[in-house]
Design a binder for this molecule. Structure first.
Ligand code: DX5
Ligand code: ZN
Length: 219
C-alpha cells in the first residue's frame, strides 16, 4: 500500500519545507497542468527539476498536459519514480509508453471519469501503473466519485488474470473514509492532496491512510 501526497494542496511558496512534513510518504505526486488539457495551470519542467533536487523521495509525475509525445521523456528524466500521462493527450499512447520504457522509466496511463478502460485493458502489459481518476482532473479538494471504482475492480481482475505486477493508483477525493472502498476495489497506490496537507501532523495522516488501506485491501 503506497501513499503519495499530492503537492497541489501544498504551499507553493514553500515546497522544500512542505516536503519535510511528508517524509514518510512512498512518493510525492506532482500534478503538472498546462491550462489546456485541464482548466488549471501549475508548473512546468524547470520547477519540477528543482523539486527533484530538494527531496530524496521518488516523484510520481502526473502529466495533465496536451503535448505529452514531445514532453513526457523530459519529465521522466526527473522522476526517479514514474511518469503518468492521459491517453487522450498522446497520438499513440502505446508507442509513447514503449519509448519511456526503452529509456528505463516507469510509465503510468491515466483514465479520466469519462474515459473507457478499453485501451488500458487491452494493453496492460505496456504499463507499470494504471491511474484511475476518481474526480475530474484539474483541481484538488473535489468530491470522490465512487462510480469510478468499477474501473479499479475491472483492472485489478485483468491484472490478476494475466499475472502482471501493474500498480493500480486512484487520484481524487481520497481520505480516511473513501480509501476503504478504493482499497477494497483493488487499488494499491493512493494519491491524497487535501486530506494530507490540511492536517497539522501529515506523517500521522499518511500512516493512518496506509493502515486503513491495508486493513481493507483486496487480495
Ligand atoms: C486533480 C489532481 C489530484 C489532486 C487530488 O486533478 O490530479 O492529484 O491533487 O487532490 P485531492 O486529494 O484533494 O482530491
Ligand atoms: Zn494527480
Amino acid at each position: 500500500m503506497h501513499i503519495h501526497p499530492s503537492i497541489l494542496s501544498a504551499d507553493f511558496a514553500n515546497f522544500e519545507k512542505e516536503f519535510e512534513t511528508i517524509s514518510s510518504a512512498d512518493a510525492i505526486h506532482v500534478d503538472v497542468m498546462d491550462g489546456h488539457f485541464v482548466p488549471n495551470l501549475t508548473f512546468g519542467l524547470p520547477v519540477v527539476r528543482r523539486l527533484a533536487e530538494v527531496t530524496t523521495l521518488p516523484l510520481d509525475i502526473h502529466l495533465m498536459i496536451e503535448n505529452v509525445d514531445e514532453l513526457a521523456l523530459a519529465y521522466s528524466d526527473l522522476a526517479d519514480g514514474s511518469v503518468t500521462f492521459h491517453q487522450e493527450a498522446s497520438k499513440d499512447p502505446i508507442k509513447l509508453a514503449r519509448r519511456l520504457r526503452e529509456a528505463e522509466k516507469r510509465v503510468g496511463i491515466a483514465v479520466k471519469p469519462g474515459t473507457s478502460l478499453e485501451l488500458v485493458l487491452a494493453n496492460l502489459n505496456e504499463f507499470d501503473m494504471v491511474l484511475v481518476m476518481t474526480v475530474e482532473p484539474g483541481f484538488g479538494g473535489q468530491k470522490f466519485m465512487a462510480e469510478n471504482l468499477a474501473k479499479v475492480s475491472q483492472a485489478k481482475e485483468q491484472i490478476a488474470r494475466l499475472g502482471l505486477s501493474v500498480r493500480l493508483q486512484v487520484d481524487g477525493g481520497i481520505d480516511e473514509t473513501t480509501i476503504c472502498d478504493a482499497a477494497a476495489a483493488g487499488a494499491d497506490t493512493f494519491v491524497a492532496g487535501s486530506s494530507v496537507f490540511s492536517k497539522v501532523d501529515r506523517n500521522a495522516q499518511i500512516s493512518q491512510l496506509r493502515s486503513t488501506a491495508m486493513s481493507h485491501q483486496r487480495l
